[in-house]
Ligand binder design. Structure first.
Ligand SMILES: Cc1ncc(COP(=O)(O)O)c(C=O)c1O
Length: 449
């Protein structure tokens, strides 16, 4: 099997037939920490944070705002500490993600709070923590954030999330800025402008800018350009109506990464160059100053850094109607640690990680151990015909929306995440145990209500 460097983390290689990540052999990792296992190449993660930060700074100079790491892609207290240390911000979209950032002592002014249905508790916790921005997503939230800021005695800085009506070229489930969507205020229907007026009226809110996020796993600039153009039109209208400028614009995340051979991860420099071009030209056209620009990459930072290691448990040759046969290879995880193939039809590649095989390739399907026929990790891949129980399979680029979307389906404990660097490995999230899961079971006396 060919090792595809472009889909593995930068410190991964094959040595003596075995996958080695940041100096740690796949077999040693599996032996020490068990499988399934998320192996996070710390150097890879850190270098992508810095690449996005420096690309933003290179193309926007003094107009650079924050790179907010989208913590929904993957977060742990340790990772939040890396992010803080590297000097970027963090985007959280639930009270849970906010709790992780706060547990890492993340500088609150660099926290941006998202969510299309934030609870009053989430809003008041965020305000009490002193978060930098709350991104308002609905008209009810204008009233709620204003009221809670007032009772806390603060003026809260807010962004308004707008929906620019862009059909991003990605899977429907991860396109977020067309009209028929739950997020934000539609520009074309006038809801966005009504929201601007309402926030301006709210005494305890300070509108500092506009936000949009058009979707995820996007490889071309067109969608970003259309969205930027439409948001800058609103900035122009604001200046015309209020005789002052809104200082900030946050263009969200969504930059695509390579999952299989032939795909190319979006280069931060190219992404920021094309964003800068359209922002500069649109601001000139509307005769407004270039605002402070922020972005929110998640997948593009976390995704390529991590590889999942699985152990093969069983194999089965299945005869197809066509007369051909398919080798089913079942591993010890599946849809509970990677729901993306089931949810979005996401595609991945794989590598036999523990040894070299000279056996001929056969048409194979990598499946999990869950009680669902749809528990498929890779629908179609050539694997060596001698693959069998005890072999290790590595699936690269599982760092984003893998562990963070993991579930306990079939009462499976969620896997550990191990950070590797310079031949050392340490857990940053431990594997759940049956005891963790059973601890939720209670036998209570009924309460009369
Ligand atoms: C508001 C917002 N920002 C940023 C992101 C991160 O997107 P990605 O991981 O594709 O960069 C998301 C993803 O859903 C999002 O909803």
């Amino acid at each position: 099997m060919k090792f595809l460097q472009e889909v593995f983390s930068i410190n991964s290689k094959v040595q003596a037939g075995e996958l080695v990540i940041a100096g740690c052999k796949a077999t040693s990792l599996a032996q020490e920490f068990g499988t399934p296992l998320f192996v996070l190449d710390e150097g890879d993660f850190r270098s992508r944070v810095l690449a996005w930060k420096s690309a933003l700074e290179r193309h926007f100079g003094s107009q650079s705002g924050q790179v907010y790491y989208a913590s929904k892609s993957f977060i742990s207290v340790e990772v939040a500490k890396w992010i803080a240390e590297l000097g970027i911000g963090i985007d959280v979209c639930t009270g849970g993600e906010l709790a992780v950032a706060l547990a890492a002592q993340f500088p609150p002014e660099k926290i941006e709070v998202h969510g299309n249905n934030k609870s009053e508790l989430e809003i008041s916790t965020a305000i009490a923590a002193g978060v930098g921005k709350i991104v308002i997503d609905s008209s009810q939230e204008i009233e709620r954030v204003n009221r809670l800021a007032k009772s806390a005695g603060v003026i809260q800085s807010v962004f308004l999330r707008l929906t620019p009506g862009v059909e991003a070229h990605t899977h429907e489930a991860i396109a977020t800025a067309h009209e028929d969507v739950k997020f934000g205020f539609s520009i074309s229907s006038g809801a966005a402008w009504q929201a601007v007026l309402a926030v301006e009226e709210a005494a305890n809110l300070k509108l500092v800018g506009l936000h949009c996020h058009i979707g995820s796993q996007i490889f071309t600039s067109e969608g970003f350009e259309v969205a930027t153009t439409r948001l800058i039109e609103v900035l122009g209208k604001f200046r015309d109506n209020f005789n002052r400028e809104l200082p900030e614009l946050d263009m969200g995340g969504g930059y695509g990464i390579a999952y299989v051979g032939g795909e190319q991860t979006y280069d931060p420099d190219l992404a920021m160059a094309s964003l800068a071009k359209v922002i500069h030209s649109q601001c000139t056209q509307h005769k407004i100053s270039v605002p402070i620009i922020s972005i929110e990459p998640g997948r593009a930072i976390a995704g390529p850094s991590t590889t999942t290691l699985y152990e093969v448990g069983t194999t089965k040759n299945v005869l197809l109607d066509s007369g051909a046969s398919r080798l089913y290879v079942a591993v010890d995880g599946g849809m509970s640690d990677n729901i993306r193939p089931g949810l979005y039809g996401a595609i991945y590649t794989a590598l036999l990680a523990n040894r070299e095989s000279k056996a001929a390739g056969v048409s194979a399907r990598i499946v999990g151990k869950h009680c669902e026929s749809g528990d498929i990790i890779i629908r179609e891949i050539d694997l060596p015909s001698d693959i069998g129980p005890g072999d290790l399979i590595a699936i690269p680029a599982t760092g984003a929306y893998g562990r963070s979307m993991a579930s306990n389906y079939n009462h499976m404990p969620r896997p550990a995440v191990v950070a590797v660097t310079n031949g050392t490995a340490r857990r940053i999230l431990r594997r759940e145990t049956q005891a963790d899961l059973l601890a939720l079971d209670v036998v209570e006396a009924p309460k009369t209500l």
